[in-house]
Every structure is written in structure tokens, then in C-alpha cells.
Design a protein around this ligand. Structure first.
Ligand SMILES: *Cc1c(COP(=O)(O)O)cnc(C)c1O
Length: 391
């Protein structure tokens, strides 16, 4: 006799995250083992000829990879998932899986910059044409869809400038024209934005950010619905993709605490963002969770919460003043990536080709971590003092 198992699909999202991947644990341990392995030994020639075995070779799947894939699919509400060694590898693998020479891709103008570079570089060389579109185009996307458009790609909110996209409208237009919708779902982490429930066919995450959650591993995920799963899996295997076992384990481990971490990231970010909105030095706070902020209405309609990443536009000032602000911060580290427990601040210059960025002031992106928001606000006050003396 053993204890009965819960049916995860009927349980609340919080409970799912806690129980995810548990089926792969053995010997009574709560967590599954980390399988380091290439060769899988077959006990008999007959078992080698038997194609229905669960595990045949390291790259083709291990109990560790299956546990985390299952957990990611559960977070996203998708059919099944695969892991890639970085978020960017997840993006490039997903695009290559569905695009071939002569195809057309509609890419959001506010996409993660290295994803744009992939489209303008390798994809272009392979004969795939990319058109960038306005993130706020909504159902107007229909006018840009051509007979050879295979993929519409969204990222919501947009990298750095946080435009919230009307994903259901994009999905409807894409599907009507026989195209598919791919979404970079890193900001909502699959927990606060249910890409599949809003019409996506493929949802990609830089798990490097919130799923791992501790700034200690690189990882990407591609989750598919039933229609996209088989062709994606085939392409993933042909490209020889996989990810390291320790990093896959860290991703599974992060997933169990995703709900509480995101809840605190949001609470702290709301506090700091509201405070920044009241500062004289700040022109705009780009955080869709704030009432009256750009994108707030669609965010409220489609998202279950907000993560800790947002941006601000400073009132016009000298670059040295903006740099003095950043240099004075002691709790906010300055560096790329985000989604860990720690706060970050990084300057950026929006890069656009389909639309125009018209704000004059310097832009800064913040990731609000799990520190006390009061300490963070004191740190920012010091930064503004430095900005003022450098002006
Ligand atoms: C960081 C990021 C990526 C890339 O992830 P890596 O793991 O750094 O390769 C992709 N999309 C978004 C939105 C990101 O923020």
C-alpha cells in the first residue's frame, strides 16, 4: 500500500508548484536525484531492441530532465516542455523549429535585443524574412500577415520599455491566417501570465530569470501545446539540444518557491515604483501594474500579477548625472539579467525600427529584489542626491 497521489491538474497554481516533479523522486526523498549521465546500459540485447524504453541515452532524457520538463509544462499550463541551455537558445531553437527558407516572421519591435540579432543574422541568412511590428498593434497585425507568414512572435511586456501586448488579439489574427503565435513569457514567468489560455501555441522563458530565481544558473524553456509539441520535439532532438543536469535541478528547485518569491517581488516593486512616481527627477514609471501606467488596462485584463521588473524615464539631465545616480546606489547592483533575489539597476537606450521612441530622458531598468523596500528607497534617495549634485 502506498499513499494516494494528488491529481495536480485539479489543484490551485500554488499547490501545483509545490508538488511538481515529485513523481520522479525515489527511495522516499522529497526531491528527485540529479542524474549525471550519457550512456544508459541495457541489460539484454532484447531490451536494446525495445524502442519503448523510458531512458536510452543522456541527451534523449533523464529522470531529472523529465521532472523539470513536467514542472515547467505545469507552470505554463501547456502540453509539454523542453529545456535549453539559455533563454536565447530556447528562442533560437523554437524559431528554427518552425521556420524554413521562404517563410515570413512577424517579430515584435520591443523583443529582447539578442532575439532580434538572431532574426537579422542567422535566420536572414537561412532565407527567413523578418518584419518588425508595433507592440501595441493589437488586431491590426492582420494587415501585416502575408500568405507565407508562419510565426507571429510576441514578448509581453516588451523588453526594457514594458509595452503590454494584446496577446489574445494577436493569437486570433495569427490563427485565422494559418500562422502560429509564439510568446516570450519570461516577465510573467508562466505563473502570472498564462500564455496558452490567451491563445499562444508556444511559450518561451528565460528560466535564468524567475524559474531559477537565484542568479546562479542559465536555462531556457520551450513549452508547447498539443499541436506544436511533436514538430518542436523533433526539431529539438535534431539540433541536439539539452541542458546540464545541475542547472535543470536548480530550475526545478526554483519552481517550488516561485509563487512566494513572485508575490514578494510584486509587493516590493509596487512600493518602490509608487515612490519613484512621486519623485521630481522621474518623468515616467513604466510598470504596468501601477494604475494609470501605460499598459495597465490590458495587464489587469490578462495577468494574474506582476513581477519585479520595471523601468523609468528620468527627466532630461546630463548623462554624467544619470551615471552619478547609478554609481551612488549600494543595494542595487548594476548588471544584466534579473529575476534573482537581489535588486538591480541598469541604464538602457531603446532600439527600435518599426516604431519610434520619443522620450528625451535617460532610461533605467530596475529589478526589485527581496530586500526591504524601505532600504531600497533610502538607497534610491541617496542616488537622487548624487544626481542633483552632478547636474
Ligand atoms: C534574459 C532574457 C532572455 C535571454 O535569456 P538568457 O538565459 O540570458 O539567454 C530572453 N528573453 C527575455 C525577455 C529576457 O529577459
Amino acid at each position: 500500500m502506498s499513499k494516494s497521489k494528488p491529481d495536480l491538474t485539479t489543484l490551485s497554481p500554488q499547490t501545483r508548484l509545490v508538488a511538481a516533479g515529485r513523481d520522479y523522486a525515489e527511495h522516499g526523498f522529497v526531491n528527485p536525484a540529479v542524474y549525471h549521465g550519457s550512456t544508459v546500459l541495457f541489460p539484454t540485447a532484447k531490451s536494446l531492441h525495445d524502442r519503448s524504453r523510458d531512458y536510452v541515452y543522456g541527451r534523449r532524457g533523464t529522470p531529472t530532465s523529465r521532472a523539470v520538463e513536467e514542472a515547467v509544462a505545469l507552470v505554463e499550463g501547456g502540453h509539454n516542455a523542453k529545456m535549453a541551455p539559455s533563454g536565447l537558445a530556447a528562442i533560437s531553437t523554437a524559431l528554427l523549429a518552425f521556420l524554413k527558407a521562404g517563410d515570413h516572421l512577424l517579430m515584435v519591435d520591443t523583443a529582447y535585443h539578442p532575439a532580434r540579432q538572431f532574426c537579422d543574422g542567422l535566420l536572414k541568412g537561412l532565407g527567413v524574412e523578418t518584419t518588425y511590428y508595433d507592440p501595441l498593434i493589437g488586431r491590426g497585425i492582420a494587415q501585416l500577415i502575408r500568405p507565407n507568414t508562419r510565426v507571429v512572435y510576441a514578448e509581453s511586456p516588451g523588453s526594457q520599455t514594458m509595452e503590454v501586448q494584446d496577446v489574445p488579439a494577436l493569437a486570433e489574427a495569427a490563427h485565422k491566417a494559418g500562422a502560429m503565435l509564439m510568446v516570450d513569457n519570461t516577465w510573467g514567468a508562466g505563473h502570472y501570465f498564462k500564455a496558452f489560455a490567451h491563445g499562444a501555441d508556444v511559450s518561451i522563458q528565460a528560466a535564468t530569470k524567475y524559474l531559477v530565481g537565484h542568479s546562479d544558473a542559465m536555462m531556457g524553456t520551450v513549452t508547447c501545446n498539443e499541436q506544436t509539441w511533436e514538430p518542436f520535439k523533433e526539431a529539438y532532438e535534431q539540433m541536439g539540444q539539452f541542458a546540464g543536469p545541475d542547472d535543470m535541478y536548480l530550475t526545478l528547485r526554483g519552481i517550488h518557491t516561485l509563487d512566494v518569491r513572485l508575490e514578494r517581488h510584486m509587493k516590493n516593486a509596487m512600493d518602490v515604483a509608487e515612490w519613484l512616481r512621486g519623485r521630481d527627477e522621474v518623468e515616467t514609471v513604466l510598470y504596468p501594474a501601477l494604475s494609470n501606467a501605460p499598459g495597465h488596462e490590458i495587464w489587469k485584463r490578462d495577468f494574474r500579477g506582476a513581477s519585479g521588473l520595471f523601468s523609468i524615464v528620468l527627466k532630461p539631465c546630463a548623462e554624467e548625472a544619470a551615471d552619478a545616480f547609478l554609481d551612488r546606489l549600494s543595494l542595487f547592483g548594476m548588471g544584466y539579467s534579473w529575476g534573482g533575489f537581489e535588486s538591480l539597476a541598469v541604464p538602457f537606450k531603446p532600439h527600435r525600427t518599426a516604431t519610434q521612441w520619443t522620450a528625451q530622458g535617460h532610461c533605467i531598468r530596475f529589478h526589485i529584489g527581496l530586500e526591504s523596500p524601505d532600504d531600497l528607497k533610502s538607497d534610491l534617495s541617496e542616488g537622487f542626491r548624487a544626481l542633483k549634485s552632478a547636474s
